[in-house]
Design a protein around this ligand. Structure first.
Ligand code: NAD
Ligand code: MG
Length: 390
């Protein structure tokens, strides 16, 4: 029986993970559920999945969580705060951790899971962008298995599971849906709304990643993520827009072979791979009928003129050091300001670019240095947002 901690349980990945877990009561059990702020949603999940522990990040939600669990007649123990979360992730009530908190807020618990050598289903891509070297080194030293739960990286993982294949690896090709604004000119994006940006054509996801998909920053973050997960340089990671979102990524080898993983756009496949790899279990996702899907697979080059975030991410990866951490933090601030309607869509790349040029990269020697870069970038990005508004 795998005992699973689902961090970010009330989110989109959390729901998909719990769906797969519920399909396999003989093999998988959710023992820890953690969420940010939504106490009612967390209690409802506890009623359904009966975990041993529930954690709410917002301290003011603790009493309500405790009361909600008691009212529901559950013996699930309520917790709050990052220390409690770290202790549970590291403790013996779980051996598998689904890291699906959104943003840099997920770094601490992701690192805690890596440090204890557990199986880590890693959806929280921002932690790899912010502290990829540290996270990968920590996992390696502790013997933790990281299975990427981002559809592209999970596809590459499936095509490239053993380290022998790396010797013959030529390049990675990440596919991108192109988001809701694919084919649009930069000028036409000036007045798009958060609702339009969040309406992803193929995937149903949380708000932040949906906006990242619309700017192509998501693909940029994924290029950096792929660099760390598979130890491949920026020059050997390409991006190809594939509007049907059925080919999840490709791996090219030196002998001319290219392997791809295909499937319907549903994260339960990647999560199932993560839970039991190399064994495969049912995920609830049906097989792929290419004829029913329209009978064609299209590919085109990304338009970095209209979507400069992708270029900014490549630049940050090449610059190295703290640059990816700065990129990530500035993007989190910018996306949040856009969602609050404090600035327009085109200001997202502008804020990120201004923040990157204000903070030249330094060597990312420790978590403290990265934390400082993250905090400084948030301050500068916030100033850039205010400057744009006034
Ligand atoms: P979401 O917004 O739907 O859910 C985020 C979850 O994180 C929620 O449960 C929220 O309560 C929790 N959370 C937020 N701040 C927290 C904090 N400080 N402490 C504890 N919990 C906190 O987001 P999502 O779409 O599920 O994405 C989660 C992560 O997975 C992101 O990093 C995203 O990039 C990645 N990802 C998502 C998808 C997808 O299909 N949704 C695909 C690939 C990667
Ligand atoms: Mg992805």
């Amino acid at each position: 029986m795998l005992q699973v901690a689902v961090l970010g349980a009330t989110g989109s990945i959390g729901a998909s993970a719990l769906d797969v877990i519920a399909r396999h009561p003989d093999r998988l059990r959710a023992t820890v559920l953690a969420a940010g702020q939504n106490v009612d949603a967390l209690v409802a999940l506890c009623v359904q999945h009966r975990p041993r522990h529930a954690v709410i990040a917002a301290a003011d939600g603790y009493i309500a969580l405790k009361r909600g669990l008691a009212n529901a007649g559950l013996d699930t123990v309520a917790h709050t705060g990052e220390d409690a979360l770290d202790a549970l992730v590291a403790g013996d009530t779980c051996d598998t951790v689904v890291a699906a908190i959104v943003g840099a807020a997920g770094l601490r618990s992701t690192l805690a899971a890596a440090r204890t050598g557990k199986r880590l289903l890693l959806a929280n891509k921002e932690s790899l962008v912010l502290a990829g070297e540290l996270l990968m080194r920590t996992a390696r030293e502790a013997g933790a298995t990281i299975v990427p739960v981002d559809s592209e990286h999970n596809a590459i993982f499936q095509c490239l599971p053993d380290s022998h294949a790396h010797a013959g690896l030529a390049r990675l090709i990440l596919t991108a849906s192109g988001g809701p604004f694919r084919g649009r000119s930069r000028e036409s994006l000036r007045d798009v709304t958060p609702e339009q940006a969040a309406a992803h054509p193929k995937w149903s996801m949380g708000l932040k990643i949906s906006v990242d998909s619309a700017t192509l920053m998501n693909k940029g973050l994924e290029v950096i993520e792929a660099h760390h997960l598979f130890d491949v340089g920026a020059d050997r990671i390409d991006v190809l827009v594939h509007p049907q979102s059925l080919v999840h990524s490709l791996v090219e080898f030196v002998d001319g072979s290219t392997l791809a993983q295909l499937g319907l756009p549903d994260m339960r496949t990647a999560l199932s791979v993560g839970f039991t790899w190399p064994e495969r279990i049912a995920s609830g996702v049906g097989g792929l009928d290419l004829l029913a899907q329209g009978g064609r697979l299209d590919f085109e080059a990304p338009d970095v003129g209209a979507f400069p975030c992708l270029r900014l991410a490549y630049d940050a990866l090449r610059a190295g050091g703290t640059a990816p951490a700065v990129l990530n933090a500035a993007n989190e601030v910018a996306v949040s300001a856009f969602l609050q309607r404090r600035m327009g869509f085109l200001a997202i790349p502008a804020v990120v670019e201004q923040t990157l040029s204000a903070l030249p990269p330094v060597s990312a020697a420790s978590l403290d240095v990265l934390g400082d870069a993250d905090a400084q970038a948030r301050r500068i990005a916030e100033q850039a947002v205010q400057h744009l508004v006034t």
